[in-house]
Design a protein around this ligand. Sequence first.
Ligand SMILES: N[C@@H](CCC(=O)N[C@@H](CS)C(=O)NCC(=O)O)C(=O)O
Length: 216
Amino acid sequence: MAPDLKFYYAPGACSLAPHILLHEVGAKYEPVILRIGATRTEFPASFKDVNPKMRVPTIVIDQEIITEIPSVCTAISQLTPSKNLMGKPGLENIRVLEWMNYLSGTLHGGGFGHLFRPGRFTADESSEAKMGVEKKAREAIGESLVFVEGRLRDGKWAVGEQMTTVDVFLLVFWRWGVAYRFGMEKYPRYRALMERLNEVESVKETLEFEKIKAML
Ligand SMILES: N[C@@H](CCC(=O)N[C@@H](CS)C(=O)NCC(=O)O)C(=O)O
């Protein structure tokens, strides 16, 4: 029997990556849309009962609550193992985990997380202190984008010979990089990967579903 799925997401947020995977595996799920404001998050207090961390993505699979992008993506990919969305078992899977950990911890948490919510990372409430955090975050993101570009291979998916969860997670940062003016034209391999991704049916479907654009 197909599992009962409930998926909490915010349009254009990091939840876009697992959202695409849900469409890629053709899952039937109940979507729950939450909103993230420019300076503060507007999740309903009741969401705390689902995810005490108050973050999207959150997926509930047969009453099991799963949070954190790498695990949410792993859980979705296990719905259709033949698609190898976490890479084929063996080295590919290891490379996918390596990418996901880097993207999640360094680029997302250490970079964009600081840029979006600088107040969380300084005890000093002055705007100068927040601007200092934003400045360091922009430097860290810039370094990560150079690293990502260097790791991508011309005309290939990020790992192996087919789309994996890494490619769709990279789409999240591409869109943010464009929106926050990181000069994404400096990253031709990254752009080529995004162009390829934007031809994938599940990606088109999910962007339409979230009412957002690819931002190429
Ligand atoms: N480590 C978490 C981070 C999730 C996260 O930060 N999600 C953002 C959206 S991109 C969020 O829910 N933000 C709300 C907030 O920061 O208050 C993960 O990998 O899932």
